[in-house]
Ligand binder design. Structure first.
Ligand SMILES: NC(=O)c1ccc[n+]([C@@H]2O[C@H](COP(=O)([O-])OP(=O)(O)OC[C@H]3O[C@@H](n4cnc5c(N)ncnc54)[C@H](OP(=O)(O)O)[C@@H]3O)[C@@H](O)[C@H]2O)c1
Length: 297
């Protein structure tokens, strides 16, 4: 299968490309700034809409994993026009060209489409984003639903993994780095989600793609944890000192955008449908540990 991955230099896209190649797919790796290491690199800037059609003319992908986005939640709050252009208009363009070329599309969305008042959201629960990033990702979902039938909306939650992507770290690698240097960290106890290992997520997305499963799926880790519980579990599995982790609350953080309190996702549909199941936290962290590539940035 010939696939195009947008955001191929990102935390998720890197894994989708790597595992897609292992499956024997012809993988085109779309990026904006950071040239991906895996697949056939293609510069694809979501804010340059007229160029995206030309890329599709050339590649004619049978399937597209649209993982590119402006993912910095605070930056989206500050730079609303830019995040709208990338996350909403960029997605609309991808959807339209997928329709034109009859490419099956997986749109990677987020748990931040929910307000986080109760958690364990199912695919059919009411959405109500409380920050601009969540709103732009929801508008991306709406474009997919309104324009194309051959598509899957895959909502995920706090991605972590062993490969630093896009020149930035992720929560798990940041924690590993700090605790190895024996630095104290403050981690919030009042933010709960479904942490998701990038490898596990990439496997589930590739299965969706191979089986062409339509509709909305929650593809996330199988455990509901606060950030603090995540950090403690991580430290234990990686044999690090848990006493370096101090609990704190969100109001002590200098965040710009509001964060949902509990945006954990119910993954029962994925559990029932997929061969690649959402992993519980210990299993996923052990997998990350055994991969042995947890480099710091
Ligand atoms: N990370 C999370 O915790 C999380 C949680 C829920 C949902 N998601 C969703 O999952 C998807 C993947 O997230 P991630 O963490 O892997 O992202 P990431 O590591 O932050 O990477 C973002 C990717 O998007 C690309 N990108 C940014 N602006 C672009 C533009 N204007 N044109 C084209 N490409 C652009 C980047 O390319 P360059 O590096 O080349 O600039 C990079 O490849 C996103 O859609 C995100 O909304 C993420």
């Amino acid at each position: 299968m010939r696939i195009l991955v947008t955001g191929a230099s990102g935390l998720l896209g890197t894994k989708v490309c790597q595992l897609g190649i292992c499956k024997g797919f012809e993988v085109y790796s779309g990026y904006k700034q950071h040239r991906p290491q895996k697949g056939i690199p293609l510069q694809l800037d979501l804010s340059q809409r007229n160029k995206i059609g030309k890329i599709f003319d050339k590649v004619q992908p049978e399937a597209v994993v649209h993982a590119a986005a402006m993912t910095n939640v605070d930056k989206c709050e500050l730079e609303k026009r830019l995040s709208w252009r990338i996350n909403v208009e960029g997605t609309q363009t991808i959807v339209k060209v997928c329709k034109k070329y009859r490419s099956f599309m997986v749109y990677v969305s987020t748990d931040y489409v929910f307000d986080g008042d109760r958690g364990m959201y199912t695919e059919s629960d009411q959405v109500n984003p409380i920050n601009y990033y969540g709103l732009t990702k929801l508008m991306g979902e709406e474009s997919v639903r309104n324009i194309i039938h051959q598509a899957c909306i895959a909502r995920t939650s706090v991605i972590y993994g062993s490969i630093p992507a896009t020149g930035k770290t992720n929560f798990a690698l940041w924690l590993l780095d700090k605790l190895r240097k024996r630095e104290k960290v403050q981690i919030v106890t009042d933010q709960t989600n479904s942490p998701t290992l990038n490898t596990n997520l990439a496997e589930m997305i590739l299965e969706i793609l191979e089986r062409k499963l339509y509709g909305t799926y929650h593809l996330a880790g199988g455990s509901r944890l606060s950030r603090y519980q995540f950090a403690i579990t991580f430290a234990k599995i990686f044999d690090l000192d848990t006493s370096l982790i101090d609990p704190c609350t969100s109001d002590e953080m200098s965040w710009i955008a509001k964060r949902p309190k509990d945006s954990s996702l119910n993954v029962e549909k994925a559990m029932q449908t997929l061969e690649s199941k959402p992993m519980v936290i210990d299993e996923a962290m052990e997998k990350m540990k055994s991969s042995g590539t947890f480099l710091s940035c």
